[in-house]
Design a protein. Structure first.
Ligand SMILES: [Zn+2]
Length: 487
């Protein structure tokens, strides 16, 4: 009997800090040994000429989730996890969305029913909170936290989701008390509504007008406000899908000041522009997401921020709505842009795109790629057995062929969508084989794992080491006449 269930042999292994040639011994679903050479193994995987990386962690995706207007995403936990796996991921963290009037306990039970029987990959949830009643704040969120759901997302936009500044302060305070991380979609709701009204009055409702309906200033203002709210109570904050240089600059500046702040951007903000929203007919609807895709000048700046470490992660924000009446056109084929479902797919393209445009084109190192695709998400979101290659860690591993060049196609996505916004892009570097807890999920680009093998991952509190934070003088007992207002 071999000492190892599986040995990955002869590959170039990389983590967020190092690259070396060697073998990995896997036993009981975990990495048991790293050495220059390991013999044996009930299964031996030849990785010569390949990169052996920590499996990706997709930290922003919408799977089996109803939007606030009641549209169900096209991917369930099966197709969503399969597409993620083909794209080099070993685990993912979709959202569990509370809509107004729902109890958080019921929401979590609903998502457990959706995920557990179906997911091919390990999963956890970020909660979306849209109705922070006293019961939610004092009983349900603490219960969710105790279960290992350690991140809560809130919205500053969309009338049915937006909590207002006071609601956000309440969530930030509760999250902080439990060690949870608040995530925020930051766009100024009234600016967007005002733009929508003006455009509608002028009869400008084609998809391309989505690009200007949500101004860069709406993101910049809301990020600044979200950071200010978080600083008032010294709570950690994660800004999702930063799409503008101005937003990224705020993140960079505040991180330098020690604010407990994290952020991500997404491939669509690097790959696509408003010209895509101006494709003929209703084609532009495929590229409607919020915040909107912007312009080439902004993309160059976002890349600089990726290089400089402003962003913890590059996430897909996979929000799959088909190009038909079940998805984009729920309100009709010729719906005005505000009534076209918001979001685009990309869970299978996140890592190939980032590898091809980042590593292959020399913009980022392989170590940065591993950090942005896996390690940082594991640390930010408290998945302490995932995100690296080291003894004792889960054997979540993606084996890449860094030289394979293929054109991105819908067929390669293995999701439940009828388009990919990345169609036709030439991509160099593709994951070939993906392991999750030592089990082969994808082998030579074929699915090998079954529905429901994925497990729920109870997550730890966010680590804030190295982030001193901020004490507002008005909340500092030494300087506020002893008033007890601090959380
Ligand atoms: Zn999203």
């Amino acid at each position: 009997m071999s000492a190892f269930d599986t040995v990955i042999h002869g590959g170039t292994i990389a983590t967020a800090t190092d690259t070396w040639k060697g073998d990995i011994g896997i036993r009981g679903g975990r990495i048991a040994a790293l050495a220059e050479r390991i013999d044996g193994g009930a299964t031996r995987i030849d990785a010569s000429g390949r990169l052996v990386l920590p499996g990706g962690i997709e930290a922003h995706c919408h799977i089996a989730q109803e939007s606030s207007s009641g549209v169900m995403s096209a991917d369930d936990y099966y197709s969503g996890s399969v597409s993620a796996a083909f794209g080099g991921n070993s685990s993912f963290v979709p959202f569990a969305a509370q809509h107004r009037g729902q109890s958080v306990d019921d929401v979590i039970a609903t998502y457990d029913d959706r995920a557990a029987p179906n997911s091919v990959l390990d999963y956890s949830y970020h909660l979306i909170i849209s109705d922070p009643t006293p019961k939610v704040l004092t009983e349900e969120l603490p219960r969710a936290f105790a279960r290992g759901i350690t991140s809560f997302k809130v919205f500053m936009t969309y009338d049915l989701m937006n909590l207002g500044d006071g609601g956000m302060l309440n969530i930030l305070t509760v999250a902080k008390a439990h060690g949870a991380l608040t995530m925020v979609h930051a766009e100024n709701n009234d600016m967007v509504k005002w733009m929508n009204r003006r455009l509608a009055e002028a009869g400008l409702t084609e998809p391309k007008y989505h690009a200007i309906s949500r101004p860069a200033l709406a993101e910049e203002e809301a990020i600044h406000r979200a950071v200010s709210l978080a600083k008032l109570v010294d709570a950690p904050l994660f800004i999702v899908h930063v799409s503008t240089p101005e937003g990224a600059e705020i993140v960079q500046r505040e991180r330098l000041r020690g604010t407990k702040l994290f952020a991500e951007t997404c491939p669509q903000y690097l790959a696509l522009t408003r010209e895509d929203l101006d494709r003929p007919g209703m084609e532009g609807a495929k590229f409607i997401c919020s915040p909107p895709v912007r312009d080439a000048e902004g993309q160059a700046v976002l890349w600089r921020h990726i290089q400089a470490g402003t962003f913890a992660s590059v996430s897909s924000d996979h929000a799959p709505y088909r190009f038909d009446e079940t998805g984009k056109f729920l309100n009709g084929r010729d719906a005005p842009y505000p009534k076209i479902s918001n979001g685009m797919p990309g869970i299978g393209m996140r890592l190939p795109y980032l590898f091809s445009e980042g590593v292959v084109k020399g913009r980022i190192t392989l170590q940065q790629f591993v950090g942005l695709s896996s390690t940082n998400a594991a640390k930010t979101f408290g998945m302490d057995t995932k995100g690296s290659i080291a003894p004792g860690m889960d054997a979540d591993i993606a084996i890449w062929n860094p030289e394979e060049t293929r054109t991105a196609t819908l067929a390669d996505q293995h999701d439940n969508m009828d388009y990919t916004p990345f169609e036709g892009m030439e991509i160099t570097g593709w994951p070939q084989t993906v392991l999750s807890r030592g089990e082969i999920v994808i082998e030579n680009r074929e699915l090998k794992a079954g529905r429901g093998r994925g497990r729920f991952v109870a997550r730890k509190p966010v680590s804030l080491t190295g982030m001193p934070g901020y004490t507002a003088p008005e909340l500092d007992p030494a300087r506020n006449f002893g008033a007890k207002v601090a959380p």
